[in-house]
Design a binder for this molecule. Structure first.
Ligand code: IYR
Length: 224
């Protein structure tokens, strides 16, 4: 290995094999209770919970440890109203012509449409940006690497962390979503990847049956 500064690994926790298996299976069971929902309550969620989840996302492995992500946690009623208006404008164009028939057909089992009331109802909407440039010091110039991969992993951590904390979510991707740069005051060289709607489910929240059908292990993995 090339010469570089390092410290001994000191916080790795080795588990006995039976406990390892039990933990892996317990996590699987926990993740089975994660569902994308589209009916949210307006019950508030403490900002500290969102902060901890974003910090967990910030621990994701990423290109050259440049940490090429930014999370705008939108909690103000005024911002959420503007966000809803802008997202619904794009979504109307999407559902009324921009999307192919094939795409609309693929969405029909989910019951989605251009109305996004949850963008106002849910207490937090997290906009996730990827930084094409910036490096460790956010200098806006240094090249970043594997940005979509890094941001994708961080979003997975964010979702798992919020679910673990007992919150419900929806990943939402208005198309296009370049309006988010202005809304969140982010520079042009950042690319919005996703909106994460976060809060408590409404009492009458539902899960589309289609979303419950998951591929079995032998269709998503091989052991060779
Ligand atoms: N962005 C639209 C459409 C949409 C697209 C996919 I792919 C989905 O899995 C769900 C929705 C919307 O949010 O309604």
């Amino acid at each position: 290995m090339q010469d570089h500064d390092s410290v001994p690994l000191s916080d790795f926790e080795e588990l006995p094999p039976e406990q390892m298996l039990a933990e892996a299976r317990a996590f699987l069971e926990r993740m089975k209770t994660r569902h994308s929902i589209r009916q949210f309550s307006d019950k508030p969620v403490a900002r500290e919970v969102i902060e901890a989840a974003i910090l967990a996302a910030g621990r994701a492995p990423n290109g050259a440890n440049h940490q090429p992500w930014f999370f705008s946690a939108i909690g103000s009623a005024e911002k959420k109203k503007t966000l809803r208006e802008m997202a619904e404008k794009e979504e109307r164009a999407f559902y009324e012509g921009r999307a192919s028939d094939e795409w609309l057909d693929a969405l029909s089992d989910l019951g989605t449409d251009a109305d996004k009331p949850y963008l106002e109802t849910a207490p937090w909407i997290i906009a996730v940006f990827g930084q094409r440039k910036g490096g460790m010091d956010d200098d806006g110039e240094t090249q970043n690497y594997y940005v979509p991969e890094s941001v994708g992993i961080a979003m997975g951590f964010l979702i798992a962390s919020l679910h673990h904390a007992g919150l419900a979510m929806l990943t939402h991707t208005p198309k296009p979503m370049s309006f988010l740069n202005d809304l969140c005051g982010r520079p042009k060289n950042e690319k919005p990847y996703l909106l994460l709607v976060v809060g408590y489910p409404a009492e009458d929240a539902t899960v589309p049956t289609h979303a419950l059908k998951k591929k079995p292990l032998d269709r998503i993995a091989s052991f060779i």
